[in-house]
Design a protein around this ligand. Structure first.
Ligand code: IPM
Ligand code: MG
Length: 358
C-alpha cells in the first residue's frame, strides 16, 4: 500500500485548530479509500517557537521536512511579532528555498454559499489564480538607511527573471489547457511599470505561441479588479505576479463568499522538493480558541494535496463531501453567517465521507 509522510506545521492563531480538523478528515478519506496511508509528523514552528528560541523554525528545519511527501501548513502571523519576521522566518523560508514557484488558488462559489455579487450564479464564478511565488515584489531585495532621520531612504526592488516569468506563464498555460474552457488571462501593469512588466508581456507572447489551443488575453491589474466584479463569467485561469495575485486572490475569495473557504497550493512542479498546502485565511487571532474557525479552506487544500500526491479518487470524494456539507446552512460557521462550530463541520464531512458508497 502506498504510504505518504506529511509534515504538518499548524503555526499560529487558528492554524492548529484547522490543521487538526484537516488531519482528521484526511485520515477518514484514506481509510475510506483503502489504497493508501497517511502519516503526519507535527512541527511546532511559528510565533510561539520564536518567542522561546528567537527564530521561527530551527536552523535545520528545512532538512527535517525535505524528504516528506507534502507539507500541510496552517497559518503564520501573531499580533505581538512583526509580520515581516513571521513571514520571512517561516512561510517564505520554506516556499522560496523549496522553489515552490507556482501558487495555485482555485475559487468557486460552493453549493449553499452566497456570493456578495448579486448577479452571479454558481457556475459563473469558477477561477484558478496562478500566483508567481518565488520572486517579483517578494524578492526581498532592498534596504533601509538613515533610519529615523529626515534623509531616511527605503527601497523594495521588484525582481523578475526570464526563467521565473517563463516557467510561471508556461505553468499557467498548462493548467488552462487542462480545464474545460482552455482560457487564460495574463495580468500585468505594463503601462506604468515599463521594464519588468513589459518583459512579462513579451514572454507571454512567446509562450502563448506554443499553446494555440488555449484562448488567452491580457489585462492590467487595476482593470482586472473591475472585470472580476462586473464580468466574472468571462474569466477562467488567471496568472499574475506575486503581489498582484496576492491582492486579486483576496478579492476572489471574498467574491466567492468567504476567505474561510479559500485554499492554496504552493507547488514545486518538478517535485525536487515537497509542495506546501495551506488555507488562505491566515491566523485570525480575533477568533482563536473559540472553536469557530471555518475548516473548509483547509479541507479544500487537502483536496489539492491529495491530487498532488496522486490520489485523484480520494480527492474527488473529499471535494464531494465538502460540497454536500456546505450545501447545508446548518454547517455554516460564523464567517458564512451561520452558527456552526469547527467540530460540527469536521464531523459532518467525516460522516459524509463514511457514507459515500461510490
Ligand atoms: C497570502 C498572505 C501572505 C502573503 C501574507 C500572510 C504575508 O496574504 O498567502 O496571500 O502575502 O503572501
Ligand atoms: Mg494574501
Amino acid at each position: 500500500m502506498r504510504s505518504y509522510r506529511i509534515a504538518s506545521i499548524p503555526g499560529d492563531g487558528i492554524g492548529p485548530e484547522v490543521i487538526s480538523a484537516g488531519e482528521k478528515v484526511l485520515q477518514v478519506v484514506a481509510e475510506r479509500d483503502g489504497g493508501f496511508k497517511l502519516t503526519f509528523d507535527r512541527f511546532d514552528w511559528g510565533s510561539d517557537y520564536y518567542k522561546t528560541h528567537g527564530i521561527m523554525m530551527p536552523k535545520d528545519g528545512r532538512d527535517q521536512i525535505k524528504a516528506h511527501d507534502a507539507i500541510f501548513f496552517g497559518a503564520v502571523g501573531a499580533p505581538d511579532v512583526p509580520d515581516h519576521i513571521t513571514l520571512w522566518g517561516l512561510r517564505l523560508a520554506i516556499c522560496q528555498p523549496f522553489d515552490q514557484y507556482a501558487n495555485v488558488r482555485p475559487t468557486r462559489v460552493l453549493p449553499g454559499i452566497t456570493s456578495p455579487l448579486r448577479h452571479v450564479k454558481d457556475k459563473e464564478l469558477d477561477w484558478v489564480i496562478v500566483r508567481e511565488n518565488s520572486e517579483g515584489e517578494y524578492a526581498g531585495v532592498g534596504g533601509r538607511v538613515h533610519q529615523g532621520f529626515p534623509e531616511e531612504v527605503a527601497t523594495d526592488v521588484t525582481m523578475f527573471t526570464r526563467t521565473g516569468v517563463e516557467r510561471i506563464i508556461r505553468f499557467a498555460f498548462e493548467l488552462a489547457r487542462s480545464r474545460p474552457r482552455k482560457k487564460l488571462t495574463i495580468v500585468t501593469k505594463s503601462n506604468a511599470q515599463r521594464h519588468g512588466m513589459v518583459m512579462w508581456d513579451d514572454i507571454a507572447l512567446e509562450v502563448a505561441a506554443k499553446y494555440p489551443d488555449v484562448t488567452w488575453d491580457k489585462m492590467l491589474v487595476d482593470a482586472m479588479t473591475m472585470r472580476m466584479v462586473i464580468k466574472p463569467e468571462t474569466l477562467d485561469t488567471i496568472v499574475a505576479t506575486n503581489l498582484h495575485a496576492d491582492i486579486l486572490s483576496d478579492l476572489a475569495a471574498a467574491l466567492a463568499g468567504s476567505l474561510g473557504i479559500a485554499p492554496t497550493a504552493n507547488l514545486n512542479p518538478e517535485r525536487k522538493f515537497p509542495s506546501m498546502f495551506e488555507p488562505i485565511h491566515g491566523s485570525a487571532f480575533d477568533i482563536v480558541g473559540k472553536g469557530i474557525a471555518n475548516p473548509i479552506g483547509t479541507f479544500w487544500t487537502s483536496v489539492m494535496m491529495l491530487e498532488h500526491l496522486g490520489q485523484p479518487k480520494a480527492a474527488q470524494r473529499m471535494m464531494r463531501a465538502i460540497e454536500r456539507v456546505t450545501a447545508d446552512v446548518k454547517f455554516h460557521t460564523p464567517d458564512l453567517g451561520g452558527k456552526a462550530r469547527t467540530d460540527d463541520v469536521t464531523e459532518a464531512v467525516c460522516a459524509t465521507l463514511q457514507g459515500d458508497n461510490t
